[in-house]
Design a protein around this ligand. Structure first.
Ligand code: PMP
Length: 279
């Protein structure tokens, strides 16, 4: 009712070699669901263990065996939205193959809509109502012939895309807007940060990014649970670098794929759905 919910989008990956379905970073998503509920002064009725069990049972009972997108929605139980903190919760799962823009990349524009500010709604958490802001930006971008939008924040520096975080590569450095730029605290971004540090010895710098600095970046990509890592090949019809998906972006895509698909040493992020049957 009235956008009265907080939610999470989570991916599960089908691992053919193991005949296993693996939920990626579920505990981190549940932790963010709690942060969203806290900011909106809502009470969740279930523990993380119970919610994890609900996700596993949903997938197991339906005998699902493909890449999926799970959504957990904690919604206000009453329509008197300002007088209650009680919530119900539901979980859904739908098949979600990888986007075909994963290889070719996205043409992005700077949106005429600004990202909502922390003095209006909390942008750092996942609140259903925030996505009307995202929807306006994405609809405008598509209508104007682009694949996606990038939103500036209230100060006029870059925030993020309608459903993913932004990373820029400049002179071999990875840069992303800080949490105070009106961005969601992204779990994919945190994964990228960890992989870049561990595997490539590269630090993810968090600092403000101007619109024109992005124009002259060498590479850029979006990262989010749904889009995974998506190259941006142009901004406002200006090509980034060669106009092709960037090299470092490609390297990080491959590393992320290994982590998301629970390859060693990245098993710690995986929640297996099916009981292991020993041969
Ligand atoms: N920003 C917004 C507005 C989003 O909806 C998402 C997707 N949840 C992200 C960023 C990326 O967050 P995550 O990597 O945790 O999915």
């Amino acid at each position: 009712m009235w956008g009265g919910n907080v939610f999470e989008g989570v991916r599960a990956y089908w691992l053919e070699a193991d005949r296993q379905l693996s939920i990626f970073r579920l505990r981190d998503h549940l932790a963010r669901l709690r942060r969203s509920a806290k900011c909106m002064r809502l009470r969740l009725q279930h523990s993380d263990d119970e919610l994890e069990q609900a996700c596993v049972e949903l997938l197991r009972t339906n005998e699902l065996a493909e890449d999926l997108h799970l959504v957990l929605v904690a919604y206000l139980e009453s329509d008197t939205v300002w007088r209650t903190e009680e919530t119900g919760i539901y979980v859904t799962a739908v098949p979600m193959p990888r986007s075909n823009a994963y290889q070719r990349g996205f043409a992005a524009c700077i949106s005429s809509w600004r990202r909502l500010g922390d003095d209006t709604m909390p942008p750092r958490v996942k609140i259903g109502a925030n996505y009307q802001n995202s929807r306006l930006a994405q609809e405008e971008a598509i209508r104007n012939g682009y694949d996606t939008a990038l939103l500036l924040n209230q100060r006029g520096t870059l925030a993020e895309a309608p459903g993913s975080c932004l990373v820029m590569v400049r002179n071999g450095r990875l840069v992303t807007p800080p949490g105070t730029s009106g961005v969601l605290e992204g779990i994919t971004l945190a994964t990228v940060e960890e992989l870049a540090a561990q595997e490539l010895g590269l630090e993810l710098e968090r600092r403000e990014i101007d619109r024109t600095e992005l124009y002259v970046a060498d590479e850029a990509f979006l990262c989010g649970t749904l889009v995974e890592l998506q190259p941006i090949v142009s901004v406002d019809q200006l090509e980034l670098g060669s106009g092709e998906p960037g090299e470092l972006t490609g390297t990080l895509q491959r590393l992320y794929d290994r982590a998301a698909r629970a390859e060693p040493p990245y098993r710690q992020w995986a929640t297996p759905v099916y009981e292991r049957v020993e041969a």
